[in-house]
Design a binder for this molecule. Structure first.
Ligand code: PEP
Ligand code: MN
Length: 284
């Protein structure tokens, strides 16, 4: 592999644990029946927020049938407006764990405070949301527990800041960090965020950690999710995280960017078709 684009010595000095040189072959993170990184394209899908047993189970059954390997569902939702639906909390986590068992899917949910860790006991992957990417005490606490951490990129975080946040977690002893690009702030207004596709090959060159893409929060509009997902898969993403709802029009959060179950099924087929042609980090 040719990594002349990057100064390996400087990387190893600032990010000794996450730098690609520290683990050249790339980290593969086992999560129950799934594995994130390596040759796998991991498909994480599910609702923005767990809203009810009916909603979650209908969506989980559909995403499982379509080929998703991990079930997502927010239960503690950081919302811009203090008046917006903020999730079902502990009850939502209980439902998510139950759906995971029912459909044999590992689960991921966002944790906003280390004090909530006991409530996440039955959740397989702990998500750090974009707004908390630089919450260093949260990162350190998650570094001192054994579950994989899905670290979303901050809304305006540079690659270096994102790497440093991952380093915070590894430094405390937890080697299982998954990065997730979800779009960054820019001057345009036609989409919710600007998906930074270059983040995929750049971060894969800088670090051995898997790099996923969340096209849903980047797009903000359901009709843009498929093209962004295809572009991310073609650019070598290690996986996708997609919001799916059994009835997007009734969603309590992010309905406008949520795919229907059928749309998600079409997405998985389209992504599978381009995978043989996708760029891979070995090409660096
Ligand atoms: C989410 O994935 O549920 C979420 C809130 O995303 P982000 O933190 O990227 O805005
Ligand atoms: Mn959402």
């Amino acid at each position: 592999m040719n990594r002349h684009l990057y100064d390996e010595e400087a990387l190893m000095k600032d990010y000794p644990l996450v730098a690609r040189t520290a683990h050249p072959e790339g980290t593969v993170i086992p999560v129950g029946s799934a594995a994130i990184g390596g040759e796998n394209l991991t498909l994480i899908a599910g609702p923005c927020a767990v809203e009810s047993r009916e909603q979650l189970f209908a969506t989980a059954a559909a995403v499982k049938a379509a080929g998703a390997t991990i079930l997502r569902g927010g239960t503690y939702k950081p919302r811009t407006s203090p008046y917006a639906f903020a999730g079902l909390g502990e009850e939502g986590l209980r439902l998510l764990a139950e759906a995971g068992r029912e459909f044999q899917l590992p689960t991921v949910s966002e944790i906003t405070d280390a004090a909530l860790l006991p409530q996440f006991e039955e959740i397989d992957i702990l998500q750090v949301g974009a707004r908390n990417m630089q919450n260093y005490t949260l990162l350190q606490a998650l570094g001192r527990q054994p579950k994989p951490v899905l670290l979303k990129r901050g809304l305006a975080a540079t690659y270096e800041e994102w790497l440093a946040s991952a380093e915070y977690i590894l430094r405390e002893g937890n080697p299982h960090v998954i990065l997730c690009e979800r779009g960054i702030r820019s001057y345009q207004s036609g989409t919710r965020a600007t998906l930074d596709l270059a983040a995929i090959p750049v971060m894969q060159g800088l670090t051995h950690l898997p790099v996923l893409v969340d096209p849903s929060h980047a797009a903000g509009r359901s009709e843009l999710v498929l093209p962004l997902a295809l572009a991310a898969a073609a650019a070598g993403a290690d996986g996708l995280m997609v919001e799916v709802h059994d009835r997007p029009a009734c969603a309590l959060s992010d309905g406008g960017q949520s795919l229907t179950c059928r749309q998600f099924q079409e997405l998985t087929k389209a992504v599978a078709a381009i995978l043989p042609h996708a760029w891979r980090p070995e090409d660096l």
